[in-house]
Structure formats: C-alpha cells, structure tokens
Design a binder for this molecule. Structure first.
Ligand SMILES: Cc1ncc(COP(=O)(O)O)c(C=O)c1O
Length: 375
C-alpha cells in the first residue's frame, strides 16, 4: 500500500491550489479557477504513464469499472465471464449494469486463465471482465487468442495493478476499455478515485458522458451542453484529483522502491524450498498490505460471497428477472479453490527499511517452517 506512505508537501500543495481558488468542481468555472484543472492534469499524467490515448478520472475504481463496462457496450442481459478471486467491486459492477456474471477458473497467476475462459464460453457470452490481481498482469499472450477466437469484448479491471505492464503494454489497454482504482489502499491514492482508460475515442466519449449525467462537455456553458446518452454522477472532485495528481507524479519512485523491496523479500523467503512464487509475466506492483490468506478472509474470494451466491440485493436486479446463468451455490472451480487455498500474499511497503524486511521475513519463515514440520 505505498501511496498512503507518501502523503506530504506535494499533496498538500495540490490541495491548497484548489482550496485557494475554491473551484472544487472539475468542470467549467474558468473565471474562478486561476488555470487550475486538477482532474484534467491527473488524466494527462495517467495517459503518459500508461500510454493510453484517453484517460478519464472518476469517483472510484468501482465507478471506473462501471464506466468501462458501459463504454464497452456491456449491459442488460449480457453474460460476462468474471474471476472468483477479485475484490467484489467488478462483480457488483456487472450486476448493477444489468449484466450476468459467469465465473470461470483462475490459475497460478491469480487471474482468469485462458483455459478457464475457454471452458466458460457459451453462445451467450458477450464479454470477459479480466481482473489483473494483486499487482501484475494476467497471461495476455494466452488469453488474447481466446478473446479473438470467440469475438468477445474484453474489459480490464486493473484496480490493483496500476504499473503492471505486459510486454511493454499497460494493463487496461489490451481490450476495449480499462479501469484503475485510486482508493486509499492503492499504489497511488486520491483518497477515493478511479481512472478509466482506453485507446478508443468513441469509448472515451461514452465514458466521459456516462460518468456525468450524459453531458457532452462541449463549450463553456454547462447549462447549455448536450446529453448524447443517459448517465449518472460518477465525477471526481478537484480535491480528490489534486491528491491523485501529486501521487501520480511519484509513481515511478514508488514502483522502484516497491520492486526493490519485493526482490529482497523474495530472495529471503526463497530459502524455504516449499514456497513457490506467483509466476510474473512482467512484474508490476504489489499494493495490498499485510499478510493475507484470501481463502478464508479479506472478502476477495467467492467462498466469502454468500450474499452474492444467494443474490441478496436491496431491490430486484436484472439477474432476478432474467435468471442467473450459473448456479452460484454449486460452482465447480477446483483449480481456483486449490490455488487460493495455498496462497499467502504479502503486501510490500515502499518505505520498509532493511531491518524491517529482515524481521518480517524471519517471522514469516519461522511460522512457515513450524507449519511444514507438522505437515
Ligand atoms: C480489482 C479491483 N477492482 C475494483 C476495485 C474498486 O475500487 P474502489 O475501492 O476505488 O471503488 C478494487 C478495490 O479494491 C479492486 O481491488
């Protein structure tokens, strides 16, 4: 969780820029903003960093996923292949879009596998919502041929993987649309915020309008703008964007430290031959803190989603009327169960000292050795 480790003068300066003008709203109000456009600047930084043609800042990673689905044309009744290991936000986004999640297998890489997707495809499958889990990319060389073969729409949730590149390409740019989270626990945080990215101009315009009540954002008079589509309020505020902007400007430094510390911990833990490490196509970042055993906690694995399996919601959703495409209470995902059953993940801190890392690694190794000696 490095972003929160680096809250300092830069973040305060960006926030003060906004507070001094009072222009807290990201659009319009040119006369009062003294040239300050924090959301726009954040978007430019993300475009440069990821190489995306377009980035659009929104209120959260969850709303970025909602925008990514909408802009990719995924909606009512569409079947979308999703992973059973993910923070639950993308599954909720599918359901709230009126679409129908179909769970498929992940593999050692902790993301949907090509094989898992292939097995889950039916004639009703419209899209794959690929979640790049815990800081690194899915196996794109294997996955893309399956997407192309079945003419599926690929939407990517890089909520936990800003900074993960696969063969030089940022996650989020392999499919139609992509999303990142800037919540408090991420590699760069805006307190709350999210980023939508795409290389597709039409998708960008749809996401831009979708996340602001359909506004086309043309001209300088908000009241006179046109509304090409129905949307909602998923806007980011200038205050949040200001924090995200300062953080985005630190991302190279954060990633560098994060990678160094990860390499150090990995080398230490490699002393135990029974420990295997996640295969990394091209290392991105590990941005979730603490030592997590996801199988039984942290709300990232399907086993903990009783409310979802029983489709409990505040009000009826499309899935209640259309019917679920899978029996969520009887899903056969043995590979995912096996992989997550033996997964422990360790959040890397960028500010760790060597002594702290030695202590952490030694404690972990002691526990692991004790467990192994009883096995
Ligand atoms: C993979 C993934 N997608 C989406 C989200 C949602 O992001 P946010 O908390 O900014 O809404 C998260 C949050 O942890 C996430 O891990």
């Amino acid at each position: 969780m490095p972003g929160m480790e680096f809250f300092g003068a830069e973040e305060r300066k960006e926030i003060m820029d906004v507070l001094e003008t009072g222009a807290l709203f990201r659009y319009n109000h040119e006369e009062m903003r003294n040239g300050q456009w924090k959301a726009r600047e954040l978007e430019e930084e993300v475009e440069i960093f990821t190489g995306a043609n377009y980035a659009h800042a929104v209120s959260s990673g969850s709303t970025a996923v909602a925008a990514a689905l909408a802009a990719a044309g995924i909606g009512h009744g569409d079947e979308v292949i999703v992973p059973p290991f993910t923070y639950i936000a993308p599954i909720e986004a599918v359901l709230l879009a009126g679409a129908l999640p179909v769970f498929a297998e992940i593999d050692e890489n902790l993301c949907l596998s090509a094989e898992g997707i292939e097995k889950a495809v039916t004639k009703n499958t419209k899209a794959v919502l690929l979640v790049h889990m815990v800081g690194a990319a899915a196996d794109m060389d294997a996955i893309m041929p399956v997407i192309e073969k079945h003419k599926l729409t690929l939407v990517e949730d890089g909520g936990q993987a800003l900074g993960a590149f696969y063969k030089g390409k940022s996650v989020g740019l392999f499919g139609k649309t992509g999303a990142f989270s800037f919540d408090f626990f991420k590699i760069t945080t805006a307190a709350e915020g999210g980023l939508f990215i795409t290389n597709d101009e039409k998708a960008y315009k749809l996401a831009d309008s979708f996340s602001d009540h359909g506004h086309d954002h043309i001209g300088i008079n908000r009241g006179m703008e046109k509304h090409p589509i129905i949307g909602f309020n998923y806007r980011i505020s200038e205050l949040h964007a200001a924090v995200g902007l300062a953080q985005m400007r630190r991302i190279d430094m954060i990633l560098k430290k994060n990678k160094e510390n990860k390499a150090y911990m990995k080398e230490k833990l490699s002393q135990i031959p029974e420990i295997t490490f996640r295969p990394m196509p091209e290392f991105g970042v590990h941005d979730i803190g603490g030592c997590n055993y996801w199988f039984t906690n942290m709300y990232h694995f399907v086993n903990q989603w009783g409310h979802l399996k029983n489709l409990k919601s505040a009000a009826p959703l499309a899935i209640h009327k259309l019917g679920a495409p899978q029996n969520y209470n009887k899903m056969e995902l043995p590979k995912s169960q096996e992989v997550i059953g033996r997964l422990i993940s360790l959040g890397i801190r960028a500010t760790w000292t060597k002594e702290e890392m030695d202590k952490q690694a030694d404690e972990m190794m002691n526990v692991i050795k004790r467990v192994l000696s009883k096995a």
